[in-house]
Design a binder for this molecule. Structure first.
Ligand SMILES: Cc1cc2nc3c(=O)[nH]c(=O)nc-3n(C[C@H](O)[C@H](O)[C@H](O)COP(=O)(O)OP(=O)(O)OC[C@H]3O[C@@H](n4cnc5c(N)ncnc54)[C@H](O)[C@@H]3O)c2cc1C
Length: 533
């Protein structure tokens, strides 16, 4: 319980210097239990008392949904053990070439150069173990792109029994939440990362973890942020923060109102962000005077549409092409998901495209679409057919009629694509030309002819992994006000922070990596502040 029992109701008045009764106090409050747990862990290890408040009934946020839980931390010790010859300067040159000057170069530098120290710091604690999962960078033509994937790290799996009761309190996997699948006995990917963080954090007695406790306001004085209001059991509890508040509460992808307000394309029903990510902490930061940026941006992806009407982040296509409402291709289908999603966003914005778009494929793998990672598993094929999402026909003109696209266009699109397959070159969209395009086809061309009837079409929409606009920070994760000055006592990380990557997604593992790293740096800054350094 955060609220003191002696008080009947909530707090009557909270304003500058106006809180007379605190319900509780701590050095650091961390809102959000995804990447923010790294901040909680660091603060605890550096000797600060920590209160983690999580809005929902489970820890882990979208971080725990990630099957890979990848982190883009170039040159980190796990990669060095794997023999990578990468350098931080090369990684930075790549990152900066991808992001440009859309975000402060110093912030970019902090991210790229900071990850290796973070992994070193974590590996000093036996709770953490990291491994390599090669994953090529997403802009393979840029200078210093890492084509062998050796900038990408994952947590080693964790048997659930090592966590005891807490294992039942970790979000995900998506199939459990959306389809009622059983909870696996071993935590992998993002769940393993969250599990390891929780077990490391609970080794410190001066940390408390609170579920169902959203941070809804910040308490400010002339000195900056001095506390936070957390809702718990229908009551508002005022928590004094002796050192600072870290907002690592994800994005606002699940709030239709905020999506509308900031012009984020796509629907909240199609986001993959965890359900608690409603933007409450972000709004609290804005009310405390924080500057915001990148508010219409998200981490995009093509969305495989399920019978419940929701389109889910999908990747790993072993065949097929995407066509628009005119029956024409519009993108490199094997490219990175964010680049595909961004193309959809751009095409919709300029009026060239409407949703849904279609994956056209033949029968060589049967009628199930050649999509190997739907992130939410497919259900029975009949349900997609009944919902009008999957269509089959003996000929392409019949298929075109079934999905309402121009038959001549579809026939010529497939004919042209098949010619590209035969020639080994996609003259229109360069499919297969970058390393990432070939990652799911063993380094071979990812282009597969469409010539084995019957022909099929599967409906796709636009999905996202979460919004990436948020509070503007400096390189210590200190939140800046609209004049560019740090707001004392206020920090942000992850999707609550305006993304270091600006409008692009340079490599798999950056959303989680940035959330972890800036949470860590926030905690180090708070520890230095506490120590008077
Ligand atoms: C299937 C899938 C796979 C992915 N794979 C990867 C990958 O391999 N690598 C990668 O880098 N990225 C990946 N991503 C994206 C990545 O998971 C997210 O962008 C990232 O985890 C966001 O981290 P975060 O800490 O900002 O937020 P989250 O992990 O979402 O955590 C935010 C937490 O804050 C809580 N919260 C919200 N509001 C409040 C409040 N007011 N008070 C208290 N708590 C609050 C939420 O309930 C949530 O638990 C993937 C996404 C998906 C869906």
């Amino acid at each position: 319980m955060l609220c003191s029992d002696s008080r009947d109701g909530g707090i009557d008045v909270i304003h500058s210097e106006g809180v007379t009764t605190w319900d509780d106090e701590t050095d650091v409050i961390v809102a959000g239990s995804g990447g923010g747990l790294v901040g909680a862990y660091t603060a605890a290890r550096e000797g600060l008392s920590v209160m983690v408040v999580e809005a929902t009934d489970e820890f882990g946020g979208t971080t725990a949904y990630s099957g890979g839980g990848g982190m883009w931390f170039p040159c980190n010790p796990a990669l060095q053990r794997a023999g990578s010859d990468d350098t931080l300067d090369a990684a930075f040159a790549y990152f900066h070439a991808a992001v440009g000057d859309r975000t402060p170069v110093e912030l970019q530098r902090t991210y790229v150069y900071g990850g290796t120290d973070l992994i070193t710091y974590l590996e000093q604690d036996a709770h953490f173990e990291f491994d390599v999962l090669p994953w090529p960078d997403y802009y393979g033509r840029l200078p210093h792109a890492r084509l062998d994937g050796l900038r990408h790290t994952v947590s080693k799996p964790l048997p659930a029994e090592r966590l005891g009761e807490l294992a039942q309190r970790i979000r995900g996997p998506l199939d459990r939440e959306r389809l009622g699948a059983p909870t696996p006995k071993c935590l992998v990917g993002g769940r393993a990362l969250i599990g390891r963080l929780l077990s490391a954090i609970t080794a410190y007695p001066h940390v408390s973890l609170h579920l169902n406790s959203p941070l809804v306001e910040l308490v400010t004085s002339n000195d900056g942020v001095v506390g936070a209001v957390v809702e718990q059991h229908g009551r508002r509890c005022a928590i004094r923060t002796r050192v600072g508040a870290l907002l690592a509460a994800g994005g606002f992808e699940n709030s239709p109102a905020l999506r509308r307000r900031f012009g984020v394309p796509g629907d909240a029903t199609d986001t993959m962000g965890a359900p608690g990510n409603l933007g409450l902490a972000l709004e609290a930061g804005m009310a405390a005077g924080a500057a915001i940026d990148l508010m219409d941006q998200a981490w995009w992806s093509p969305g495989f549409t399920h019978p419940d009407g929701r389109s889910a982040f999908s990747l790993w296509f072993t065949g097929g092409i995407f066509v628009n409402q005119d029956g024409k291709r519009f993108v490199n289908e094997s490219g990175p998901y964010d680049r595909i999603g961004k193309t959809v966003v751009d095409q919709i914005a300029c009026g060239a495209m409407t949703l849904p778009f279609w994956m056209i494929y033949d029968d060589r793998e049967g009628r199930v679409p050649p999509v190997k990672a739907t992130n939410v598993s497919m259900v029975e094929p009949e349900r997609y057919v009944e919902a009008g999402l999957w269509h089959t026909a003996d000929t392409l003109p019949e298929l075109a009629a079934g999905i309402g696209v121009d038959a001549e266009n579809l026939v010529s699109t497939v004919k042209r694509f098949n010619e590209f397959v035969a020639a080994g070159v996609d003259e229109d969209f360069g499919r297969g030309e970058e390393a990432y395009d070939r990652v799911f086809s063993g380094g071979q061309s990812p282009m597969v002819p469409i010539d084995t009837p019957p022909y099929h079409a599967a409906s796709f929409g636009l999905s996202d992994l979460g919004t990436k606009g948020g509070l503007v920070t400096d390189s210590h994760a200190r939140v800046l006000d609209t004049d560019g000055n740090p707001i004392d006592g206020l920090y942000a990380a992850g999707n609550t922070m305006a993304a270091v990557t600006g409008t692009v997604y340079p490599g798999g593992g950056i959303p989680i990596g940035a959330s972890m790293l800036f949470s860590h740096l926030a905690a180090l800054d708070m520890a230095a502040k506490r120590a008077g350094r």
